[in-house]
Design a protein around this ligand. Structure first.
Ligand code: FAQ
Length: 317
């Protein structure tokens, strides 16, 4: 059999044909450099978000109001760490090391979700994070189950299952508060007031402002646009807000019969820009904690690799 060597343009055409016919791309397959880099960007930022996202909730583990709530919160925070690990491993299949990814986070070259730069001030915030932050993450991640890169798509399947447990525990915690004393109900409303707009920012800028979307949609890394996902999240969440007897802090929110969707007010994009460029309420604190814990854990990684090399040497002898 004669083997032909394809040139760059032919490789790219064949690659796009595979994408268009819904075939998954696997680590050893040929891929354009732009596809690889874009995936590393998005997947590593997703991984960093899961791990940095442990901080606002971790803040409440020692102060959970009951043993049951503490056990559930501990399990949830641990799950988020696990999601980070699957996603780092999936990103490493693209030919980059974990150390390089962490360096990019520490040096401000890689972002993480803006939402985790807001403080968790009250116990109600823990319910709101589970309900709304995990709720928004699920809407986005369900569409990513169909992303074109195999390892990313497969990690999303498991992550979505766990996130839906997280979302329900958050909603249940908030339901108890919303049906509790007037102070508890007020605490739930205050929490919704503070988190609503930052949660809507999780879906990223408007499609018209989204620098990465055109390529990501063409390569089917993203399957739905930022605005489509944001709208889907609002449409599914408003009946949940009403069931709790709470209200969202948006005077422009209104059901639009003709569109079959809720209309809503404009996001404060100046605030979004501030937060993603490192100047949100908790950016410095989040990054400093990550850097400190990374330094303090160095001896554990050293010990593990010394143990592994001893084991290998013994096996070879
Ligand atoms: N925050 O061109 P686009 C979770 C950046 S997991 C910060 O539209 P793209 C679980 C964007 O990176 C939450 N930066 O970008 C959990 C880009 O900058 P770059 C994380 C943002 O990638 C729950 C620039 O703006 N989920 O919550 C944000 O096409 C509870 C222009 O934007 C994922 O990461 C933002 N919100 O679309 C854990 C899902 N939005 O990189 C613990 C995967 C945009 O060029 C507790 N990611 N930027 O320097 C995605 O689906 C996409 O990356 C989007 C953004 C939709 C986030």
């Amino acid at each position: 059999m004669t083997k032909f060597k394809l040139n760059q343009a032919e490789l790219e055409t064949a690659f796009q044909a595979r994408i268009d016919s819904e075939q998954k791309i696997e680590p050893k397959d040929w891929m354009p450099e732009g596809y690889r880099k874009n995936l590393i960007r998005q997947m590593s930022q997703h991984a960093h978000s899961e791990v940095i996202g442990m901080q606002p909730e971790g803040n409440w583990i020692l102060r959970a109001p009951t043993l049951r709530r503490k056990i559930v919160l501990l399990a949830k925070v641990q799950d988020e760490g696990g999601h980070g690990l699957y996603l780092y491993s999936a990103t490493e299949t693209l030919g980059i090391t974990r150390e390089e990814l962490i360096d990019a986070l520490h040096e401000g070259r890689a972002k993480y979700a803006s939402i985790f730069n807001y403080p968790s001030l009250t116990w109600a915030d823990i319910g709101t994070i589970g309900w709304l932050v995990d709720g928004a993450a699920i809407v986005n991640q369900i569409s990513l189950q169909r992303t074109s890169y195999g390892p990313y798509a497969r990690s999303m399947v498991r992550i979505c299952k766990e996130e839906s447990f997280h979302q329900r525990q958050g909603y249940e915690a908030l339901m108890v508060m919303a049906q509790g004393s007037s102070e508890q109900k007020q605490m739930a409303q205050d929490s919704l007031n503070r988190w609503w707009w930052p949660v809507l920012m999780m879906f990223g800028p408007h499609d018209s402002e989204s620098a990465n979307s055109a390529k990501s949609m063409k390569w089917k890394i993203k399957r739905k646009s930022n605005d489509e996902l944001r709208q889907a999240f609002i449409d599914q969440t408003i009946p949940q807000v009403e069931f709790l007897g709470l209200t969202v802090p948006d005077p422009d929110l209104k059901w639009n019969e003709a569109r079959g969707h809720y209309d809503f007010g404009e996001i404060d994009w100046a605030e979004f820009e501030r937060v993603i460029s490192g100047n949100g309420p908790c950016n410095r604190q989040r990054l400093e904690l990550h850097q400190r814990v990374d330094r303090e854990g160095q001896w554990v990684r050293d010990a593990l690799s010394a143990y592994e090399s001893k084991k290998r040497a013994r096996k070879a002898a």
